[in-house]
Write a protein of this length. Sequence first.
Length: 206
Amino acid sequence: ARSAACSSVVMERVDSRWCGAVRFLESQGFTWVDPDHCNMTMQMDISTWTPSKPSLPPGFRIRSMQDGDEEQWTLVKRAAFADDTPMGWWREVWGSQPDHDPEGWKVCEYEGRIVGIAAAVVKDLPEGGKGCCIEWVGVLPEFQGQGLGRALMTACLNYAALFRPDPMVVVTQRFRTAAVALYASLGFRPVNDYRRYALDLAATRI
């Protein structure tokens, strides 16, 4: 890296559960970059979940995703996560999968408009059994603070419980404090981070 005139070396995705790798990198001068924005996995025991009806304010309803929802789904994702997800991304990455189950993809609707999204993606595990990851829990900014995220999570967990998945996880970031608190209140606990480590070559002799 020095011979190529690089100023730093970056390790993009280090699983915090690999303690030996973490200790080695830190002993060599690498630092964990922007920990609040790294992906954090939270896990719960789905056997402790008691299915219940999602609680919603008047006028809202939760249903499964249907054909024709992709454009609104993408617009909610863009607004909730401040990104530029292209139209067609959902179909390419998720909807085209051979094991795609639209029943696991939930939307919250108000006056015919999708205002919140979430999904429980259940997959067969190589060693047998099933695992589930909650994906893309988001609500339009103008509808946040009304309990829609909790209602969407409840709907997703009700669906996931049908399969008894192990592990049952959700991936988030620490700076999303409202989301982390919501997941914790539902029984999720942090299990690992995917850390980004960097080394300043000018400041070390490694």
